[in-house]
Design a binder for this molecule. Sequence first.
Ligand code: HEC
Length: 188
Amino acid sequence: MKKAILTSAILLAAGVAQASEDLTPRIEASRAAVKSFMTQLKGELQAGMKAGGPVNAIGICHTKAPQITSEVSKQKGWEIGRTALKTRNPANKPDQWELAVLNQFEQRKAAGEDPKKMEYSEVVETDGKKTFRYMKAIPTGAVCLTCHGEKLAPEVAAKLKELYPEDQATGFKLGDIRGAFTIKQPIQ
Ligand code: HEC
C-alpha cells in the first residue's frame, strides 16, 4: 500500500515537472513580447525627451504608454501591461497575484538576486479557467530618475502632479525595482 502511494506521488511529481516543461514556449513568447513592448516604450520616451525635454516626455508617456499596452495586447490576444508596488497611473495598480509576485521580487532582491533577470511565471486557475501569468522585474536606470527619482525638477514635479494627482512613483534610487511587466495568456 505504502509503495502504491509512493508510486503515485512520483507519477504526480513527474506530471507536474512535465507541465512546467511545457510552459517554456509561453515563457519565451512572453520574454519576446516584453522586449518589443520595452523597445517601443523606450523609443517613445527617448524621442520625447530629445524633442522637448522631460515635461514633453511625460505628456508622451501619458498618452503613448497606455496606447502601446493595448496595441500589443490586441495583437497577441493576451493582456500585457506594467504594474508596481508604487504606481503613477492608478490603472496600473497590481491585482492580488501581481502584488504577491512584486513582494516576492523585493525579497529576492534583498537576498542578493539581480533584478535585471528576475522573472516569475505560473498557471493560475480562476473559475475553472486557466491562465498563464508572467512577470518580469523592471530595474530603475539613471534615465528613469528624471521622473521617478528622489529629486525632481520643479517643472517635472508640477506636470506629474497635474496629470497624476495620485502619483506614488517617485523617490526611487538607481537599481531599485521600479515595477514589472505583466502578462496574462489565456489557456484554451
Ligand atoms: C519623462 C518622464 C519619465 C521617465 C524618464 C520615465 N518614466 Fe516611467 N512613467 C512616466 C509616466 C508619465 C508614467 C505613467 C504612464 C501611464 O499613464 O501609464 C510612468 C509609468 C511607469 C511605469 C508603470 C507603473 C506606474 O507607475 O504607473 C513603470 C514600470 C515605469 N514608468 C518605469 C520607468 C522606468 C524603468 C524608466 C527608465 C527606463 C522610466 N519609467 C522613465 C514618466 C517617466
